[in-house]
Design a protein around this ligand. Structure first.
Ligand code: ZN
Ligand code: ZN
Length: 267
């Protein structure tokens, strides 16, 4: 599927020299990645400090930490998400934001952390995960995602277009537009070995619909080890196929990202 003719341009203006030498997989125009995990998630293996140092090394300007919320087996306790004030928001030369990847736990979009906790995070991602909710049909999955989109404290829908949770893409994009919620294009989902594999054509359809409705998307590495941070390489063919304009990819601009996040309530 093609949905535009504009040439896809690679702009290389965001990296320090050290980053340029060390980077191989990351597209240099993307300056932020806010879907990353630390060992606190249970099935991820790097420390927060390792993540930040690597993000700085590859030239990111902003790193977000989004460990799995408590209903994910092996993840951390709710208290983990209530003590983020102890973490500096600028380390090793880059900005840090502390959030969570919430688990959507019903077809209304309810999540496993109460909004009283979520609203105190710097940002929140919400996702459907098989260990936390059974696969659903198109109507139920769409209802769950739209319910999360409408949550005033959820900023990003993580890895939509998982074949186990099929979506009414047009309805989801319209809801995202109306509620200032970002839809993520997830690099890990495009790995053939990932449990969510097989949704490539739906992801392309989602990107094209976002382009049609002028809704920004966000790219996420979903790194569970520090060397995957900032890796959007699996996504690039879809962006090229869709001829997605840079201005609709929020990873190109930290200030635009921060402004977008601020459209939703935080305290
Ligand atoms: Zn995970
Ligand atoms: Zn996830």
């Amino acid at each position: 599927m093609r949905c535009g003719k504009k040439a896809f341009l690679l702009i290389c203006n965001c990296f320090g020299k050290a980053g340029l030498e060390r980077i191989d997989k990351m597209n240099k125009k993307f300056v932020l990645d806010v879907h990353t995990h630390t060992a606190a998630s249970g099935h991820a293996y790097s420390t927060l400090d390792e993540n930040v140092r690597y993000a700085a090394d590859i030239g990111l300007s902003l790193l977000g930490i989004s460990d799995h919320a408590p209903k994910m087996p092996g993840s951390t306790h709710m208290l983990h998400f209530m003590n983020f004030r102890v973490i500096p928001r600028h380390m090793h030369g880059i900005d840090i934001i502390m959030g969570a990847e919430l688990n959507i736990i019903d077809s209304n979009g309810k999540t496993d952390l109460k909004n009283n906790t979520v609203k105190k995070l710097d940002y929140a991602v919400a996702s459907l995960h098989v260990p936390c909710i059974e696969p659903m049909d198109r109507d139920e999955s769409t209802s769950a995602i739209i319910g999360a989109i409408k949550n005033p404290y959820i900023n990003i829908i993580g890895h939509p277009c998982d074949p186990r949770y099929p979506l009414d893409i047009k309805a989801v994009v319209s809801a995202a537009r109306d509620n200032n919620t970002l839809l993520e294009i997830n690099n890990a989902s495009l790995d053939p070995l990932n449990g969510r594999a097989g949704g490539d054509s739906e992801l392309l359809e989602l990107i094209c619909e976002c382009k049609r409705q002028a809704v920004p998307i966000i790219l996420g590495s979903d790194a569970h080890f520090y060397t995957s941070i900032g890796d959007f390489s699996n996504i690039m063919p879809l962006l090229e196929e869709a001829q997605m304009p840079d201005e609709l990819i929020i990873n190109t601009d930290v200030e635009a990202f921060r402004a977008f996040i601020a459209l939703k309530s935080r305290v």
